[in-house]
Design a protein. Structure first.
Length: 226
């Protein structure tokens, strides 16, 4: 009986922590992390600030928990799309194409995610958070990235991706890891720019956001072919 009580208590605690994390994600994505205090978070979550500190000892701990939560959601989305039989039947190039095209929809449906990750990276850098505190966060990212790496490796193996046969010296010399990091960083940075300040200047409004993502995706796809 006592075990059931403990289990229920732990379940309630986890539910409260999850509610706090989801609430905080919205605040951080909209306003950034630095301007938001633990009092602001407690007010939004309808709990006392003392209770908030019982769940998360520091703002850094909470920010990392929120970041891990955000990437785990992304991982679930990617896993759902890229474990289907239809996807697995594609050659590596077309697997990459499907993956990259998700960014077009993500720009519209997940702008808060890109905004949050931008603010989180800046916050972690500013606070000089030790790498060992980011292990769970990095694990969530790595598991998502692995899907992309596998598609690149499959494409090289089946011949549908052939950047290493390109006449361009830079592409010819590039490794799979270099291509992966460069294309994902390029897409991510553009998505963050468009999510946070995509129309800051008049010149930014001359090309629609989705069109910019579409052009970059096709530049990447062309580069993957020799």
């Amino acid at each position: 009986m006592s075990g059931q009580v403990v289990s229920k208590r732990e379940e309630n605690k986890n539910a409260r922590m999850q509610a706090i994390i989801e609430c905080t994600f919205g605040l951080f994505a909209e306003h950034g992390i630095d301007p938001i205090s633990m009092n602001d978070i407690a007010d939004k979550a309808n709990i006392g600030v003392a209770s908030l500190y019982r769940y998360f000892l520091t703002k850094e701990d909470l920010a990392i928990a929120v970041a891990t939560y955000a990437w785990n959601i992304e991982k679930a989305v990617f896993t759902g799309v890229f474990t289907s039989g239809a996807y697995n039947a594609l050659d590596g190039f077309h697997q990459i194409q499907e993956l990259l095209e998700i960014f077009e929809d993500a720009l519209v449906t997940q702008r808060s995610f890109f905004s949050f990750v931008y603010y989180f990276d800046a916050f972690i850098k500013k606070e000089n958070v030790a790498p060992e505190r980011l292990q769970e966060y990095e694990k969530a990212i790595s598991e998502t990235n692995l899907i992309v790496v596998r598609a690149l490796e499959k494409g090289i193996a089946d011949g549908s991706i052939s950047f290493n046969e390109s006449e361009n010296e830079v592409l010819h010399a590039a490794t799979t890891q270099e291509m992966f990091i460069t294309m994902m960083h390029s897409l991510f940075c553009l998505a963050q720019k468009l999510s946070i300040s995509g129309e800051l200047l008049d010149q930014d409004k001359t090309v629609e956001s989705r069109r910019q993502i579409e052009i970059l995706i096709n530049m990447i796809l062309v580069a993957l072919k020799k």
